[in-house]
Design a protein around this ligand. Structure first.
Ligand code: FES
Ligand SMILES: [Fe+2]
Length: 388
């Protein structure tokens, strides 16, 4: 983030603190609770946002060296992602061309050849079929037509995108909706992967996203945790196409007031959270990034799986390696045990069928934008702004 933008945002937060104000969406919106429970809507979301849309599968650090691989299967198809010998990010359908068995079953590691566990047809990390055992017995196979099915793959600004449709297209700059120049300045390609977690919860995937949509709840739900470090109900908010950026307010912002603006760094006084449509939250701290990818459980609007990945600035991690375990623990204690716990409770409320709508406040603009964005993508009427 450019230093002028960092100072601008930190000044907005200080101004809110001084005046006792917050960002203002200009009104409230009412969100029908059936969007969290409706099987028909869940099915359209699955087809449109997950099977038919470019997916962020991780960050560059998930494939740290030539020969690295990563497998994911969160959006309906098994994917094998690799960094080939030239360092190029590639992705394939992780399915053997012989009889369709999943080829690579490990979640991540280093391997230059991938051998199917069924009959050992073997593929290079460029997807070529390089070995067919007993080919004289099996019959002649045109290897050039039986490589792993390639999927569109793009690596940009430290993120890895894969399109689940082999004929799909990925345009990272268009997907980022104007965030690209800012993402470039973060230099996230330098980060190190330090572990992951999975929260499989009884809540709709949009409730998982809603968790990251406001800080109104910090002084209440997080009174013993995040509220020790953050001022709640104070934030900056900006829209970038289908995406948005929230700047959460750290209590340490007070330490910047007596320092020259040239020394202000955004992560010293605040905590940026970027939302990337449809299901990604990029949490940015001074030690690195925590990436959240939320996925619906197919066929069950009341369940979702959040994949959490922790990435660190390698210098910070080298200086204090225990920070990885601390962040891992802290994120679970707060996001899973506090935020997702109340979101699962809200899921039960929605499933009662007796609460027709939830209300998004003037101080929760991210919720307004997120819900109207996915509604527009599905051809649904926007939630109207109600002036109050
Ligand atoms: S199914 Fe993969 S080698 Fe037979
Ligand atoms: Fe929270």
């Amino acid at each position: 983030m450019r230093s002028t933008e960092q100072v601008r945002l930190l000044k907005i937060l200080m101004d809110h603190l001084d005046k006792g104000t917050n960002v203002d969406a200009g009104g409230i919106r009412r969100n029908p609770t059936e969007v969290y429970t409706c099987p028909e809507l869940a099915s359209r979301e699955w087809e449109t946002f997950f099977k038919g849309y470019p997916q962020v599968i991780g960050m560059s650090a998930d494939l740290p060296v030539p020969g690295s691989f990563l497998t994911v299967s969160d959006f309906g198809i098994p994917v094998l992602a690799v960094r080939d010998d030239e360092g190029t990010f590639r992705a394939f359908l992780n399915v053997c061309r012989h009889r369709g068995t999943v080829v690579e079953t490990e979640p991540r590691g280093e391997r230059r050849k991938f051998s199917c566990p069924f009959h050992a047809w073997t593929y290079s990390n460029r997807g070529e079929l390089v070995a067919v055992p007993k080919e004289d017995h099996f019959g002649k196979i045109d290897r050039s037509c039986h490589g792993l099915v390639p999927l569109p793959a793009e690596e940009r600004y430290g993120f890895l995108w894969v399109h689940p449709d082999p004929d799909g297209a990925i345009d990272p700059d268009a997907l980022l909706g104007g965030l690209a120049p800012e993402f470039e300045t973060w230099n996230w390609g330098r980060l190190t992967y330090s572990g992951g977690d999975q929260y499989d919860m009884r809540l709709n995937w949009k409730l998982a996203m809603d968790t990251f949509g406001e800080t109104y709840h910090f002084p209440v739900l997080h009174r013993n945790t995040l509220a020790n470090f953050f001022y709640g109900n104070v934030q900056c908010y900006d829209i970038f196409g289908r995406n948005h950026r929230m700047i959460l307010c750290l209590r340490d912002i007070d330490l910047l007031r007596n320092r020259p603006e040239s020394e202000w760094h955004i992560t010293a006084g605040s905590f940026p959270v970027y939302y990337l449509f449809p299901n990604i939250q990029v949490n940015v701290g001074e030690s690195g990034v925590t990436l959240v990818r939320a996925y619906p459980a197919p066929g069950d609007p009341g369940r979702s799986i959040s994949e959490i990945s922790f990435y660190f600035d390698p210098d910070i991690l080298a200086g204090s390696p225990q920070r990885a375990a601390e962040r891992f623990q802290q994120f679970g204690n707060i996001i899973r045990d506090e935020d997702y716990a109340v979101a699962a409770s809200a899921q039960r409320g929605a499933e009662s069928g007796l609460l027709k709508y939830a209300t998004f406040g003037r101080n929760e603009p991210a919720l307004h934008h997120y819900h109207n964005t996915y509604r527009a993508a599905l051809g649904m009427e926007p939630l109207p702004l109600i002036d109050t």
